[in-house]
Design a protein around this ligand. Structure first.
Ligand SMILES: *[C@@H]1O[C@H](CO)[C@@H](O)[C@H](O)[C@H]1NC(C)=O
Length: 393
């Protein structure tokens, strides 16, 4: 991609970040994607400590026989600009959410604050800038913590967690907290991220270098919503003829091997979901500094907030070895780069089970047409082995 193209894209992106109401799709995620595929699904709602109302869906098998012996709960945590629908985008035999349900797991689908399947805030509206005053730090310590607590309370079981991308950042940060990790039996992390200083996608690096995150915040844009009126027009422009859409996705995530191009229109009915500018800024801080730390407010405000000039780090060596981990990562992933994954592995005290797929990009772990054989079957074997070991204890 040439420079003028990138520059134009940048200017366009600036306009995308306009404040707009989150468009409400009628009905919940259950009604949209899950029940129509024949799976029993119920909507749940819970409240975080800081007042956000999160939507969760509970999905079980199509087969009444499998349903009779409900397995352990699995909580699915989606990535950035996505929501719980991400796990149900392909057919029932291809999508992780459906596959886990049909295999007898008690599937819980998480949706973080600001996404279309969450339900706002007890007192703030999406039009308030305070509503968008958070980053993945709050998603980890409030949203994920609350979702885990909620599922644990209802099922009275320790749960499995599956995260993709930002969902793995949230998981790794949350698992450093003893009161959260004690409710989790094991976790499977797809495209695991804690360090981000080796990302390879030129487009993102350029945005980082041009400090687009800081510009957006300085201009007073707090919500990133590609489905606002202007956002939609720009998405249409960028995705003209769909081929460009694919190029854009590759430019941001790395080359995906096994994407089904004829489903792009369908994916775009749901994706992308909104997030906050502060979250983008926090992610870009990680790329610039190479640290896995809390949000950096600048020295003086850090002193007031954290009583130290630099933000405290999330020390992943604190994750207890009693938590079984499984990780899947790809050679073409532009965001969860192999060097950064190795950095994460070096810091962890435990030795996760690893699956490396040379040809996989960032989105393949979610949407590859052959992800079941490549990724999910192995993940399920891992969960079953953990379940077996612990039932003998
Ligand atoms: C790709 O998507 C199209 C449209 O939904 C579908 O008909 C086709 O079966 C999919 N291909 C594969 C290999 O899953």
């Amino acid at each position: 991609m040439d420079h003028s193209g990138l520059l134009a894209a940048l200017i366009i992106m600036l306009f995308v970040f306009s404040v707009g109401a989150v468009p409400q799709l009628g009905g919940g995620l259950c009604a949209h994607l899950i029940q129509s595929a024949g799976f029993p699904c119920t909507e749940h709602r819970t409240k975080t400590e800081d007042g956000y109302l999160l939507g969760l869906q509970r999905v079980s098998s199509r087969s009444t026989i499998v349903r009779g012996e409900m397995g352990l709960p699995v909580l699915l945590i989606h990535g950035l600009f996505m929501a719980g629908d991400a796990w149900f985008m392909n057919s029932a035999s291809q999508s992780l959410g459906f596959i886990l349900a049909d295999q007898g797991f008690d599937v819980w689908v998480g949706n973080v604050r600001g996404t279309r399947w969450s339900h706002g805030h007890v007192s703030l509206s999406v039009k308030n800038k305070e509503f968008w005053d958070w980053s993945w730090q709050e998603l980890a310590l409030y949203d994920l913590a609350e979702m885990i607590r909620y599922v644990n309370t209802i099922t009275k079981e320790k749960l499995f967690v599956v995260g993709h991308s930002q969902g793995t950042i949230m998981s790794l940060a949350a698992f450093t907290k003893p009161d959260i990790v004690e409710m989790v039996k094991a976790a499977a992390l797809l495209c695991p991220i804690s360090y981000l200083d080796h990302i390879t996608t030129g487009f993102v690096l350029r945005l980082v270098k041009m400090r687009v995150d800081e510009i957006i915040l300085a201009l007073g844009f707090h919500q990133l919503n590609f489905k606002s009126n202007i956002g939609t027009q720009i998405m249409d422009m960028m995705c003209d003829g769909h081929i460009h859409c694919d190029i854009w996705l590759s430019a941001i995530t790395g080359k995906n091997c096994c994407f089904n191009d004829s489903r792009i229109d369908f994916y775009l009915e749901y994706e992308p979901h909104p997030s906050s500018s502060k979250n983008l800024h926090h992610l870009f801080q990680m790329i610039r500094k190479g640290s896995f730390a809390m949000y950096d407010y600048g020295m003086w405000r850090n002193l007031m907030r954290y009583s130290q000039p630099k933000p405290p780090v999330f020390d992943i060596s604190q994750i207890p070895t009693s938590l079984s981990l499984w990780m899947g990562y790809g050679g073409n992933d532009g965001l969860a780069d192999v060097i950064d994954v190795q950095h994460t592995l070096k810091e962890l005290k435990s030795k996760p089970d690893l699956l490396y797929i040379e040809e996989y990009g960032h989105i393949d772990f979610l949407l590859s047409i052959k992800a079941k054989a490549d990724v999910y079957d192995g993940m399920i074997r891992f969960f079953n082995s953990v379940q077996k070991v612990s039932s003998f204890k």
